[in-house]
Design a protein around this ligand. Structure first.
Ligand code: ATP
Length: 191
């Protein structure tokens, strides 16, 4: 049975924390393919307008260049508005009915999962996989979700940290791939 990973987020911008989640999931779950699914607008960040989608997509493409097992799915961007994971997972269930579908999340999302739209159906459509950030202790999945914790390569980098550092003129090197850091600098993003 094909095993595919699904990784949603704002990716504003993508950073090494995200890429290590992807790499860990690939190895620990033996994934054949992993889809990065950038949200148009996250339901969890209603007050924060993300950077324009073309900018976030451009950085994602730079970050994933040459990683043929990774794909960028633009469906949430195309739909626009608030992006609900259930809409996207219904699409994956239709397109990959026979695949084992793993949805990757950081541990910070775990307590809120029951509030995600159509939680019951979502829990049936995908298996959740938590990849922890540093210091996040393993916790049980709230009903109706089932899933697993994996080790990952815990790294304390976040998009907010990157945006704050870019704004303050601090170096971004080694926190995200070189070409992404360069594009942020050269295009004056997050100033
Ligand atoms: P922000 O700092 O703006 O909240 P973020 O760094 O958490 O952003 P998102 O694009 O919102 O990035 O995250 C997408 C997914 O990646 C979420 O499930 C989040 O928990 C996870 N994630 C982000 N950074 C890490 C990290 N360093 N380690 C593990 N998971 C992470």
């Amino acid at each position: 049975m094909e095993r595919i990973g699904l990784f949603g987020g704002s990716f504003d911008p993508v950073h090494l924390g995200h890429l290590l989640v992807a790499q860990a999931a690939r190895e620990e779950l033996d994934l054949a393919r992993l889809f990065f699914i950038p949200a148009a607008q996250s339901p969890f960040k209603p007050d924060a307008q993300p950077s324009p989608a073309p900018e976030r997509l451009r950085l994602l493409r730079l970050a994933l260049a040459g990683q043929t097992w990774c794909e960028i799915d633009e469906q949430e961007i195309r739909r626009g508005g608030v992006s609900y994971t259930i809409d996207t997972m219904r699409d994956y269930a239709r397109r990959f009915p026979d695949a084992q579908r793993f949805y990757l999340v950081g541990a910070d999302h775990l307590p809120q999962l029951p509030q995600w739209r159509a939680a019951e159906e979502l829990a049936r459509l995908v298996e959740f996989v938590v990849i922890p950030r540093p210091g996040q202790a393993e916790a049980p999945f709230p009903a109706p979700f089932r899933g697993q914790w994996r080790k990952g390569f815990p790294l304390g980098v976040s998009s907010s940290l990157i945006r704050a550092r870019a704004k303050a003129g601090l170096p971004l090197d080694h926190l995200l791939p070189g070409p992404v850091a360069e594009a942020i600098r050269n295009n004056g993003l997050y100033l």
